[in-house]
Design a binder for this molecule. Sequence first.
Ligand SMILES: [Zn+2]
Length: 582
Amino acid sequence: MFKKILEDSKREVSGKNAKEYVSEIMRFHRIQVTEGYNKAASLCKKIFEENGVETEILEYDSDGKKMYLGFLSPEGWSIKKGVLKIDGKEHANFEKENISIIQRSIPFKGEVDLIYAEKEEDFKKGCLVFTHDFKKGKDFARNYECLGIVTDENRSKFDAPDSLQYLSFWGERLFGFVISPREGEKLEKELKKGKKKAYVDIESSLFPSKIKIVSAKIEGEKDEEIILISHLCHPKPGGNDNASGAGLSLEIARVLKKFKKPKRSIRILLVPEIHGTAAFISQNNDFLCGLNLDMVGENQFLCNSPLLIEKTPDATPFFGNYLLQEILEEVKKEVSNFQNTFKYPLFMYFVTPFSGGSDHWILSDPTIGIPTPMLIHWPDKFYHTSFDTIDKVDEKELKRVGVIAATYLYFIANMGKKEAEWMAGIVTQRAKQRILESPDIDYTVDAGKKNLDSIKRIENADVESLKKEIEDLANFEKKKIKIKEKKIKKGIVPKRKFMGPIDLSKTLLEMPLNEKKKFNETMEKYKDFKGTSDLAVFWADGKRDIYEISKNVKNEIGKVNTDFLIWYFEFLEKHNLIDIKR
Ligand SMILES: [Zn+2]
């Protein structure tokens, strides 16, 4: 059904072009709401326009006070200089390595005492503190009135001990520097012998500014629109995260513009991650569906990084998850065995449930209701470090993802009755398969029916007889198993207070240290269930009680801890982020 589009996309999408766009974007230090980001946005607008794609730059106030949905807008930040010297020797210099300063550092100039802090008691007022733990370190530094921090925190410390990790303050009034794990090891040894004199010179400022969003449009015949989104922000180099997503979006737009005008329009958004999407969506949310491209160019072998299709949450059912899988099945046919009896891929891939953490988190929230799967690579050895450079970006991988994305977008943009019916058949087949494997048949039937209904968002299709087919199979299967009647107890009923996901940043920033420590301890205790809180929030419609929500999360990802969810919802209630009916 999509073969022709797939062939056209394979012919037109150029990995080489995409990689050139990626490297052009990588010239800029693209921290949210900064000059570097704005320059990258202007460059992207220029490229879209050179390729004949109508583009505008949208602006939204961003001052550290204004909220968009549940998200606090960041202040603008500029930096001219950022130097750290220890005993006269340079250890960090923003000009040479943009990532060597903790982003959004406040200005400071002068000589200070540098001490090593292993635990909370070691943080001393008026000092610069070296700590391995950035997250706790910044909280202690704030609480004990330290001037700033130096850290070698690094998630790739074993794979890349000379890399620097991307770290940022979000509202904490501190300054800081990032050094490599190898340098950190040496510095720890020296500071254990006694404090050192450090010289700091940072020229920076924080000020009210504007979030800028690049909004390009492939015009369709109808008014309806589909979104392709990717975040343009992040520090230099930020090759795979996420110059790759933005650069590939430029290439996809170039290709789609050459195709016959689609029925529906395709809106391409390049945003500062999360904050830009929240600002945009708070003012326009009339879209059919979307696709998020985040970290899409990985050289899989260098980065040890598989391609993932991340589905929408079950609370926002969407046939597009299956469409992506069908396209992937075709793209996988890369090479043949000896006598050409079978075709298979030369890359790693996986289809995963919703996990969030990028712009599709906002779009796919049921209170926003724009079902948006994501294409991403995860994990990635070099993610958020100074080693996320152009040599980790692979033009073949950009092309694979570009072909999948372009086929998905153009297929949905042109979906008519015939395509909708084909899609309904696929969804039904998948639902039946799930029923045979599912421990909770009712949940699966419901999900299957909602997936069928999601087709009608795009094109009217008769799905009622297919729903009946799903129900019939379910009834037949249910007769085979004895269903244990569980004692029905009624639990708390959480209800969303506002549109969009619940972001804890502002709450945690304003929280006293002791309370925050308790929060962190509880989160640590339930760390295996971390991702379940966002999924649970999606189900909190004011009708389902905690046991039903918990059961749904279990059905969705195979694990849940109801005690954790109860604690989490009560925490949200206490901080005025959700209502609870008892
Ligand atoms: Zn990213």
